[in-house]
Write a protein that binds this ligand. Structure first.
Ligand code: URA
Length: 259
C-alpha cells in the first residue's frame, strides 16, 4: 500500500478529492453510454480545419473581457477569485495572485505556484523562492522593489507544468496584471514562462540572457528570460549563467536610470 501511495504522490495525486473513501471494487461497472448523433457531430475533428484550438473548461474571449474590466490589481484579483473557467482552481487551495510592489519597475514572472505557495497564497515562498530572494538581493533588489506573478495563478496538481491550454486561458489575466503594474523591465523565470510571454517555442537555454522589447497588451516593456530557480537548485552549475542574467538586469536598470 505504501508503494502504491508513493507512486500516486509521484504521479501528482497528492490530495484527497472526497472526505469518504470509495471502494471501487465493490461498485458495478457502469453501463456503456451510447454516443448520441448530436454529440458525435459536435466532437472536434481530428485534423483539418482552421478553428482556434479549444480550451478545456474555459473561453479565452470571456477571460479577455473579464481581465479588461479590471481597473486595478485589487479588482483583477477579485475577478480571478470568482472566475471558474480554469480547471486548475478546482484542485488548488487558493489563488496565488502576486506579491511585492504593485508599482515596481521590475516584474518577475514564474511558471506556477507550488505546494507552499498554494498553502500561503503568495508566489515564490518555497525553496526556489528563497533562492530567488537571494538572487535579487545580490543585485540590490528585494520584494519592495519588484512585483512577482506566475503564468497561472493556481497550483497545478502534483506541481506539473501547466498545459498550453491552461496558460493560454490565464494569459489575458497575466497580460492585464502586467498592464496594471506597468513595469519598465520584465524577467521571466524558466522555459514555460518565457514561451508564454515571448510567444515562442524556442528553448530557454537558447533564449536566456537576451533582451527583447515586448508588447504586452497596451504596455511596451524590455524583457529578459532567465533560468528558473528550481532548475538552479537541481543544477547548481547553471547558477553562473543565471548570475550573468542578473547582472544584465542590473545593467539595464542602470541604463534606464532606475538603479
Ligand atoms: N515556482 C514558480 O514558478 N512559481 C512559484 O510561485 C513558485 C515556484
Amino acid at each position: 500500500m505504501l508503494a502504491v501511495l508513493d507512486w500516486y504522490r509521484a504521479a501528482g495525486v497528492d490530495i484527497a478529492v472526497g472526505g469518504e473513501p470509495v471502494d471501487r471494487f465493490a461498485q458495478r461497472a457502469p453501463a456503456r453510454v451510447a454516443v448520441q448523433p448530436a454529440m458525435a457531430a459536435a466532437a472536434p475533428q481530428a485534423s483539418g480545419g482552421t478553428a482556434e484550438p479549444s480550451v478545456i473548461g474555459g473561453d479565452p474571449a470571456e477571460a479577455r473581457t473579464l481581465a479588461a474590466s479590471a481597473h486595478d490589481l485589487v479588482a483583477l484579483e477579485a475577478i480571478l477569485n470568482s472566475y471558474d473557467g480554469c480547471g486548475l482552481k478546482l484542485r488548488a487551495t487558493q489563488l496565488v495572485f502576486g506579491d511585492g510592489n504593485g508599482q515596481a519597475d521590475v516584474m518577475l514572472i514564474g511558471e506556477a505556484p507550488g505546494a507552499e505557495e498554494d498553502q500561503q497564497g503568495k508566489p515564490f515562498v518555497g525553496k526556489s523562492g528563497q533562492l530567488l530572494d537571494r538572487m535579487l538581493a545580490a543585485i540590490g533588489l528585494d520584494r519592495t522593489r519588484v512585483y512577482i506573478a506566475n503564468t497561472v495563478p493556481w497550483r497545478p496538481p502534483g506541481n506539473r507544468t501547466p498545459t498550453p491550454e491552461e496558460m493560454a486561458l490565464c494569459l489575458p489575466f497575466l497580460h492585464r496584471q502586467v498592464e496594471l503594474v506597468a513595469p519598465k523591465v520584465i524577467m521571466t523565470l524558466g522555459g514555460p514562462a518565457m514561451q508564454t510571454l515571448f510567444d515562442t517555442t524556442s528553448g530557454i537555454i537558447k533564449m536566456r540572457g537576451k533582451w527583447s522589447t515586448l508588447q504586452v497588451g497596451r504596455h511596451q516593456v524590455e524583457a529578459i528570460p532567465t533560468l528558473h530557480p528550481a532548475y538552479l537548485l537541481r543544477n547548481p552549475a547553471a547558477k553562473e549563467q543565471a548570475w550573468q542574467d542578473m547582472l544584465g538586469l542590473k545593467l539595464k536598470l542602470v541604463e534606464l536610470g532606475l538603479a
